[in-house]
Structure formats: C-alpha cells, structure tokens
Write a protein that binds this ligand. Structure first.
Ligand SMILES: CCCCCCCCCCCC(=O)SCCNC(=O)CCNC(=O)[C@H](O)C(C)(C)COP(=O)(O)OP(=O)(O)OC[C@H]1O[C@@H](n2cnc3c(N)ncnc32)[C@H](O)[C@@H]1OP(=O)(O)O
Ligand SMILES: Cc1cc2nc3c(=O)[nH]c(=O)nc-3n(C[C@H](O)[C@H](O)[C@H](O)COP(=O)(O)OP(=O)(O)OC[C@H]3O[C@@H](n4cnc5c(N)ncnc54)[C@H](O)[C@@H]3O)c2cc1C
Length: 642
C-alpha cells in the first residue's frame, strides 16, 4: 500500500531508509517539543537543523530527487516551515521557469548551492488577488539601463512573502514594468535585498517580519518596501519576455506565462495537503483504537471509541479523501511537468487546461483537508485540543492553503471561466472542441441514475451521476450568466450575480475529477489485496461524496429518494467493512514518530504514559510556584483574607 501511496516500491523503500537514517542522527531531531518553544527558539532550532542538513544531505538522500528532499524536510524540519521554505518551493521554480539560460547560469547554481537564499515577493499589503492592481513599480531608466523599483505608498509594501522578513537575501519581486511611460503589467525581477556579507538590508530597502500568524510561525513572512531602488535591466527574468537596451519590449508567447511559479505550487501542494490530512487522521485513528469510553452493549466492557459508528463516520470518509487527494495530486503533478516541458519549448496550448484544473483542485482539496483535520481533532475529544496531539498545528498550516496561491473562491471562479467557455461550446453545437477534462459536458445524460440497479458496474454509474450533476450545474450557471447578459446586464455585473452558482459548478466539476482519479488508480492496481482494500475505500468515497452533493441530483429527479436510501446504506456498509483496516490504511503512509510530532498519535500507543510525561516536561512545571503567583495571585488572596 505504501508503494501505491508514494508512487512506487522504490519510493516507499527510500522513504523508510531515509527515516531510519534520520532516527540514528540525534543532531537532526527537535531538541525539545516544538509546542514548548517560543517563536524565536523555533526559528533558531530550524536554522540549526537546516545547516546540518545542508552539510549532510548527500549522506541521507539523493539531493537531485525532489521527493526525497521533500520527505527529508518533513521529517527533520517539519510542517511549521523553515528559513528556506520558499527558496525551494517558489524561488528556484520561478528562476527555472522564467529566467533565460544566461540568467539561470548566473543565479541557479548559487541558489542550489545555498550561497544565497531567495523568496517570491508578489503579494502587497493592499493587493494579493488582483495582480493587475499591484502598486510596486519597476520603471526603466534608458540612460543607465536600469529598472528603478519603487513603493509609492504603504499599500504597495510587499506583505506576506515567506522567509522575506529575516532569512532571504534575494527575491523574485513582481512589479509593474513601465517603459517610456507605458505600463506593461506585472513582471518578475531578480532583486538583491541584503548585503551578502553582513546580511544588512541594502540602502533603499525597508524589510522585516510581519509578526506571528495562526500557524507556520517558523516562516518569517515579511514586508518589503523600495525607495527608488535600482537594479540592472538584465535582472528582469527574460526567458519569455525581453526588454532590450533601447527599451524595446518583446512580449511573451502567453499573457500569463509569468504566473508559472504559482501554478507550480498549486500543482504540488495537493499531495502536501493529502499528507497533512493523513497525518491528522493517523493520530486520531490510532488514538481512537486505544481510547476506551462507554459501552455499546451494556453487558460488555468499555469499547474502543473507534467502534462507534459516529466515530467511523467522522474519520473514514476523510481517509478515503486523503487517498483520493494523493492520487489526484500525483496525476496533476504529472500533467504539470508535461505542460512545463511544453512551455519551455514554446508550446503554451495546455496552460489554460492546467490553470483551470489546478485552480479547482487547490480550492476543493484545501477546504476538505481543513474539514477533515478539524474532525480528526474533535474525534480525539479533550486530548485533541492539547498541543500534545499536534493536530491544531497541522490544521493551522493546512488551512493556510485555502488562502495562499490564490484565495479559494477566487480560484474557483477562474475554473468557472473555463467551464462557462466550455458550456458555450456545448450550446453552440461545438462539443467536439471540448478538451478531455470537460468532454462529459457534451455527452447526453440518461434521464435517471442506475446506481442501485447495476451495483457491479465498476463505479461507472457513480461516475455518470457525478458527471450528470456537474454538467447540469455548469449549464445552469452558464444559462443564468448568458441570460443576464441577454437582458442587458454588463458582463462583469452578470458574472458577479452568478458567482455563487458558478463556484458550485466548479466544485462539482473538481469533485468529479477527484472521483475519476481515484477510480483510474484502483483500476490500475494488480495486487489483489491492495485492490480490495482500496476498492472498499473507493466505495465509501463515491457513496459519501454523492450523499454530500445529493441535493443537486434530487432537484431534477436524477436520483430518487429510494436511491438515496441505497447510497446511505452503502455508506454504513463500507464504514463497517473499513473498520478492521482503518489503522493500517493510515499506518501505510509510514509516517515516523519524528515526522508526526504527536504525543497522542505515537506508534507505540502508550497514550496515557506519553501524555503524562509530556505534561511534566512543560516549562510551567519547572517550578511548583510560579512568579505570577508570588507576584500577583498570592498577594491578592492574602489581601482578601485580611
Ligand atoms: C509544494 C507544497 C508546499 C506548500 C508550501 C507553500 C508555502 C506557501 C507559498 C505561498 C506563496 C504565495 O501565496 S505566492 C502568491 C500567490 N498569489 C496568487 O495566487 C494570486 C492569485 N491571483 C491570481 O493568480 C490572478 O491574479 C488571477 C488568476 C486571480 C487573475 O489574474 P488576471 O491577470 O487578473 O487574469 P483574469 O483577467 O482573471 O484572467 C485572464 C485570463 O488569464 C487566464 N489565466 C489566469 N491565470 C492563469 C495561469 N496561471 N495560467 C493560464 N491562464 C491563466 C484566465 O483563465 C483568463 O483566461 P480567459 O478566461 O480570459 O481565457
Ligand atoms: C501562509 C501564507 C503564505 C503566503 N506566502 C506568500 C508568498 O510567499 N509570497 C507572496 O507573494 N504571497 C504570499 N501569501 C499571500 C497570499 O498569496 C495572498 O494572501 C492570497 O493570494 C490572497 O490574497 P489577499 O490576501 O489579497 O486576499 P483578498 O483578495 O483580499 O481576499 C479577501 C476576500 O475577498 C474575496 N475576493 C477577492 N477578490 C475577489 C474576486 N475577484 N471575486 C470574488 N471574491 C474576491 C476573497 O474570496 C476573500 O473572501 C501568503 C499568504 C499566506 C496566508
């Protein structure tokens, strides 16, 4: 199963080997539990481990393999981030995709050797979503052949970029490029921010940390202002766009090609979300198989809380989602790598499809991951609320994904643009022009679902039902939009008036894709035992998800009330079937205790001993009487007693 999750036997084996090596290297372990550290201590601890990793990485992993590097980071540095998180996730991908060969030769080896640390500075205090209204300017000075970066007012301060505040000395900065008074829109520039020797900010640069956040507090998300700060013309990233010495602008082959670093993260973050969801569920499910509370049959001893149907219903559909996200994420990364290769050789025809797909997936996956992790926390009762579970940290980090790389609602609306265009093709009889991801919009649907009549259809009837509701909602929202315009409404106003319905279509379309990715994977599996276990999980997935969106299928009678009862029964049937495998389905992800960082979810299951030991090590327990008591509470009580 681990091979299914991680992509191959080799990958799964390498993960195990890497975890085993790290277990033998105490210098790479947290020196004390992260929840007991201040933010400054955590940042120091992370930097300490990061530098050891830089020295010893070659002994542990193949540093050219991104999957191995990712696992190493998760184990050693953890999910709260690290001082170079954005360096790997966005800075290097931005240079790789957007810098010319000559620029790459100059900067990439230095970045890869970690001579310099970089980030991706795009979002501003006043604007994150609407990139067209970013305010930082890069004005070309023909006389000196330099761009002059400037922050015209407080809202133009770069705000949020990870590791910008304190760690990075370089950044890819997105600014509006102005040449001879003409604004060419946002473009990426390579900018040195700090002196390479002293790490002091360079003159003309105001920079710092934006303060603590809900989670991710090892990352120094930062602010950045420029005061007429000059950089050479050749620091504009010039793989796709060029500005010649005389100010001549050569436009890129696709208007949005400079957005590639964002698409990179949107594609890769899906498996990251799956891992966080599976981690939280691993903790909750292990704990639920240790925790005994109450009886189902009063004549019997107390049961493990995992025996309760409500507990299973709370956890198991999310287990199925974690697998589904992992499989859909793997397909998306494959597509992304293909499109990137095509883009490098000038073929940009697949960019729109990739953008639509990743926009929808990042939104649905991050939202449902957040839901699943919060359920996992509640499933642990009181101990879930303790930082000893570590679930609150996982939650805080995971839901950051609902916001970064494009706010979820906004990204769903990006997918909706694609769906509406596709609906227009269907309506004008041009279904043959539909791309493979939306081809189902052009296929005539049956009048009613056959879900309960062909139970051995190998999920075909389920996929058809998802297709039906997605198609119906897409066409309905598109009709609403076109209808308003026909009545004379301006396009943008009509769009806004339909946007809730449009986003519903986007979610349904994305959920269909996730189901299909899960079905595709299960169909590919040869090992009968693995296939069986995953088929059970897939049964739970399709039935649970369909129940969740049933109102769309009931509206037009595609599903009947009795079919809904059938689907519900199937959910209960598969909850029971999955119960014996539940812990194994999560243990198969093979998270080490070091990686999970959860006292509650450790592999040994010694929950109560571990919790007591952990509480005793709390800094508050170093002394029996705190100074807050001697200084304030004791005098207060004494005064009251007089
Ligand atoms: C590893 C895990 C670790 C995980 C660890 C991760 C650590 C955290 C990292 C976080 C880093 C960040 O957040 S970095 C900052 C991220 N920021 C964002 O994501 C900003 C979100 N905003 C945007 O992406 C954009 O502004 C949009 C897409 C919302 C709107 O862009 P716009 O330029 O105004 O375009 P708009 O008019 O809406 O659309 C014009 C046309 O362009 C198309 N279009 C728009 N974008 C694209 C695109 N990328 N590719 C192709 N086409 C595109 C549209 O579909 C549309 O096509 P047509 O319909 O006309 O055909
Ligand atoms: C943990 C974290 C890490 C980050 N890292 C980076 C980084 O490394 N580099 C970087 O540059 N940025 C980074 N960001 C910033 C991030 O990319 C932005 O916050 C994000 O793109 C959302 O933009 P915003 O903050 O402007 O939200 P807003 O757009 O202001 O969103 C506020 C509300 O307005 C709604 N809204 C906005 N526009 C529309 C619209 N057109 N239609 C409908 N509704 C709309 C949204 O749906 C939302 O409900 C990070 C953010 C976080 C939280």
């Amino acid at each position: 199963m681990a091979a299914q999750i991680w992509g191959s036997e080799k990958r799964a084996r390498r993960r195990r080997e890497i975890s085993a090596k790290i277990a033998q290297m105490p210098e790479l372990h947290d020196s004390k539990p992260l929840p007991f550290m201040t933010r400054e201590e955590k940042i120091m601890e992370s930097a300490r481990k990061l530098t050891i990793l830089t020295e010893k990485m070659g002994q542990i992993i193949d540093p050219t393999d991104p999957a191995e590097l990712y696992h190493l980071n998760n184990e050693v540095l953890g999910l709260e981030g690290n001082p170079m998180a954005l360096h790997g996730v966005m800075f290097i991908p931005a240079l790789s995709a957007q810098a010319s060969d000559e620029q790459q030769a100059k900067w990439l080896p230095r970045a890869l050797r970690r001579e310099i640390i970089g980030t991706y500075a795009q979002t501003e205090l006043g604007h994150g979503t609407n990139l067209q209204n970013l305010e930082t300017t890069a004005t070309y000075d023909l006389a000196t052949q330099e761009f002059v970066l400037h922050t015209p007012q407080i809202t133009a301060l770069k705000w949020w970029p990870g590791n910008l505040g304190k760690s990075s000395n370089y950044a890819v900065v997105v600014a509006h490029m102005i040449i001879k008074a003409k604004n060419y829109g946002p473009h990426p520039f390579m900018v040195q921010l700090r002196d390479e020797k002293t790490h002091e900010p360079l003159p003309g640069i105001t920079i710092g940390d934006i303060g603590p956040k809900m989670a991710y507090n090892i990352v120094d998300n930062g602010f950045l202002g420029f005061n007429k700060y000059r950089i050479p013309r050749t620091n504009l990233l010039m793989r796709h766009t060029k500005v010649e010495a005389d100010g001549t602008y050569i436009k890129p082959p696709h208007a949005k090609i400079n957005y590639s670093a964002m698409v990179h993260v949107r594609a890769y973050m899906l498996t990251g979300q799956a891992i966080m969801l599976a981690s939280a569920l691993n903790i909750a499910t292990r704990y639920s198989s240790v925790r005994r509370q109450g009886q189902i049959d009063k004549s019997q001893p107390e049961v493990k809380v995992l025996e309760y149907q409500t507990q299973q219903h709370r956890l198991f559909p999310s287990i199925a989602r974690a697998y589904a996200f992992q499989f859909a994420g793997a397909e998306t990364v494959k597509l992304y790598e293909h499109v990137l290769k095509e883009m490098k050789s000038g073929n940009v025809s697949l960019m729109a499809d990739l953008h639509a797909l990743t926009s929808g997936l990042k939104s649905v996956v991050t939202y449902q991951t957040g839901e699943g992790i919060e359920q996992a926390r509640m499933a642990c009762g009181g101990h879930g609320y303790s930082m000893a579970s570590y679930i609150s940290e996982i939650y805080g980090v995971a839901i950051g994904g609902c916001t970064y790389e494009g706010e979820n609602m906004v990204m769903l609306l990006q997918l909706a643009r694609y769906l509406v265009k596709s609906a227009a093709l269907v309506k004008s009889g041009q279904s043959s022009k539909l791309g493979p991801l939306v081809a189902y919009l052009g296929v005539k649907s049956e009048p009613t679902s056959l879900i309960d009549r062909i139970p051995n259809s190998g999920f075909t009837e389920y996929v058809k039902t998802f297709q039906h509701v997605s198609k119906r909602q897409t066409l309905k929202a598109a009709d609403m939009f076109f209808g308003l315009m026909e009545k004379g409404e301006k396009r943008e106003i009509a769009w806004n008036k339909c946007s809730v319905e449009l986003n519903r279509a986007s979610r349904l379309h994305t959920r269909l894709f996730i189901v299909e990715a899960f079905v595709r994977r299960v169909n590919e599996i040869a090992d009968i035992r693995i296939k069986e276990a995953l088929t059970d999980l897939l049964h739970l997935h399709v039935n649970y998800e369909l129940l969740d969106i049933a109102s769309y299928a009931l509206e037009d009678g595609f599903l009947s009330a009795s079919q809904l009862d059938y689907i519900r029964d199937q959910v209960y049937l598969y909850l029971g079937k999955i119960r014996p495998n539940a812990v194994s389905l999560l243990d198969s992800w093979e998270f080490s205790d070091i990686e999970l960082r959860s006292v509650l979810g450790r592999r040994d299951g010694n929950v109560y001993e571990n919790l007591f030991k952990w509480a005793k090590s709390s800094p508050l327990n170093k002394t029996d009487v705190l100074s807050s008591v001697t200084q304030y509470l004791k005098p207060m009580m004494e005064k009251a007693r007089l």
